[in-house]
Design a protein around this ligand. Sequence first.
Ligand code: BES
Ligand code: ZN
Length: 458
Amino acid sequence: MATAMKRNNYIDENQNRFIEQLLEWLAIPSISTLSEHKSDVGKAADWVRQRLAAIGFPEAKTITTEGHPLVYAEWLPHKNQPTLLIYGHYDVQPVDPIDEWKSPPFQPTIRDGNIFCRGASDDKAQIMLVLAAIEAWVKIDGALPINIKILLEGEEEAGGASIAKYVEEHPDQLCTDGVLICDTHMVHHEQPSLVTGLRGVLYTEIALTGAKTDLHSGSYGGVAPNPIHALCLLISRLKGEDGVIQIPELAAAIPTPSAAEKLFWQEDSLHVEEALRSEMGVEELVGEKEYPPLERIGLRPTLEVHGIRGGFTAEGAKTVIPAAAMAKVSLRLPADFDPNEVFGWLEKAVHQNIPAGYSVQVTNLHAGKGFYINPDNRYIRAAAEALELVYGKTPVFMREGGSIPIASLFDETLKAPVVLMGFGLPDDTIHAPNEKFSLQQFHKGMKTVADFLGRLKN
Ligand code: BES
Ligand code: ZN
């Protein structure tokens, strides 16, 4: 029997064990943004380090950082074969609103061919399917087809500061010919896709103060500054109903897509607009209507408010004018922008648009660059061929709206092509209640990655 078939059989035969392992890892609540989960993040790191060692990686270690640990392993058996660096993140998002979950967020549950658990799609199952593919090579062929380095972080959902520092300081250790990241999704379970672009992100906090104390709204209403109202005015001035962001420097520098990409977005042959409506459960999309949805998500910048705090929201009524208000506001940015420079532009726009009578402070919480790659390279071609073999359909190239800041840093520091081959699905509801990962995608993902690794051999 050809060894490719043996590897696939191995994946079939060991599927239940791979699922069991995934369930064990998923049950560790490795929420990186909440300090009370710090030790869980450490446990999740240790869990995957042990899994790497069990597969046979001669060197699998955790690396302590100022934040959460990195996990690093390498296995470099071949002098004349290329090296692939594999990246993933083992941290997960918080679970709120918890009441919306149908099963507890860290009690992984299988329903209708899916595993439901926080972190299932983003990103633990995607890491596990890569490890299973590697294991299949080791067990069936007795060796890896190429050299492999694996770098996993526990801080991606918190901005990824530690890995950024590490990559900048260790370019020689991480030196590679190509990079694989499985932390995105395909357009549809029958339509494979590869991601060519990610947006950057700038996450800020805008804090406003008015009077020196809260005030009675009868005695002072009409003369007192109201920071919540001013915040609402400010936000609507920064982005109006038309979805256009009023930051002139930003508008002036938005890149133009290729004619082919523009046509693909306009034609919408994959019916993305309809799919988006159904995924979100809404009648109508909002935003810059003159641009097709895929362009609005993949290329256009956007400004979103994540939360507003201030004033009185408890039970009953209280006639008070608050002294302060705060909003969490982020921007998503096309690949070419430096988010820290955009922060300066945003600060300026905030100061120009804030109504008189308030003091305002804008804080940069984290910033990550976007990414774009021309798919015409050996690594992305190998990924496309592997997807085509397993899914029986030619993959399409897509730009994603989400961010993986380390992608651009790998590109700049390691100067190796980055393959964004994710196996999530659009309805995985990452970052939201009832996150899931499809078992079929888990299985097909392993076969695709196993095939991909073989294609990289010289
Ligand atoms: N896996 C996502 C990135 C992603 C989301 C890719 C949607 C494609 C589609 C990743 O874990 C993530 O959530 N990234 C954060 C980065 C931020 C915290 C710097 C994001 O996009 O919000
Ligand atoms: Zn995420």
